[in-house]
Design a protein around this ligand. Sequence first.
Ligand SMILES: *Cc1c(COP(=O)(O)O)cnc(C)c1O
Length: 410
Amino acid sequence: MSKNGFTTEILHSDRRTGCEFGAVHQPLHPSAEYAFADARELAAVFQGKPGFSYSRQGTPTTAALEKKLTHMEQGIGSVSFATGMAALSATFFTLLKAGDHLICSKYIFGNTNSLLGTLQGLGVEITLVDATDVEAVKQAKRSNTIMVFTETIANPGTQIADLEAIGEWCKTEGLLYVVDNTLSTPWLSPARLFGAGLAVNSLSKHIAGHGNALGGMVTDTGLFDWSRYPNISSAYQQGNAKGWGLTQIKKKGLRDMGGTLSSDAAHRVATGMETLPLRMAKACDNACQLAHYLAGHPSVTTVLYPGLSSHPQHRRATSLFNGRYGTLMGVELAADIDVFDFLNKLKVVVLSTHLGDTRSLTLPVAHTIYYEMGAEQRALMGIGDNLLRISIGIEDYADLEGDFAQALEA
Ligand SMILES: *Cc1c(COP(=O)(O)O)cnc(C)c1O
């Protein structure tokens, strides 16, 4: 691993590899196939020598992006995918089989929850637990448990998993610990520091950051001993066991499901992520200030944000994320406010799904992302009709506060 800091390494890693004409970016390679002058070399690449053959399995442009993510996560290697969901699908489908047991946080992204349903249909056993408490995770263990999965900060409730304690327990038990680091990003903390064996990131959110590219990444932190994992195919048990897991995720994940990141999107993600620390610092500051403002507003019932001392995991967040609390909040408006009328009055904040954008975005949770599950399930989860999810961007703070103030007043 290089000794450079987080941002320096991202900014300079392309040109250090010797790009043509002194270019500071890796070229954007659209080629679908790679040609060989020597048939032995072609065979060698098929047999595992680093190189490129068919672009479903990667290109020099996606490889350059993978290198930067690996640095951010302090890992040993990464594989890129077309979206975060493609990265998660590849992880679960290539590493789990029927009869295996997965322990999973119950506070997870709705689309990931949908994916778990698909896995269950194929015979994977899943127990959903309150991952804010390591004891709940421990109690769920069965003889066939092989993986534990959680996100860092949940959406929209902002619950923070007991990340370090779960990591320590997984280490003791020899379980593969997979952490979706999308909401906090490797800048608030690499998932390796929680003890994760694999870190998954949706690049579509903060990492690309500008709402103009989709992508996903799986990074091996180097902490997990793959020689103890029951589901690695003998074809991938070659050489140092450190590489086995990622080789299987890459070979099988990209080949079987084909959710490959395009070079074009990889290039846009790579330029977006050059400013990740600057954008995160500003957006986290904006979010923290706005959360305090809204928490004191008479027309707001509840603000769910880890930066508020009232948040159940406030102290945990402070110690895990270096005094930053993320950019996402849940805000419940007073019952006498019509949520649609309120939203229609916003002028700066954009009515849109998505999060981790440079622009602040909001949507009414019950009527959109949690609509499909029905009113009964929402009531059980404490999702009221007036709950907004707000993803804060990098606008000038006064404009954000002013926008909420005028919409709440009117
Ligand atoms: C958005 C998101 C994903 C999926 O990422 P896409 O790039 O949209 O497929 C996965 N996990 C979390 C926590 C997310 O917020």
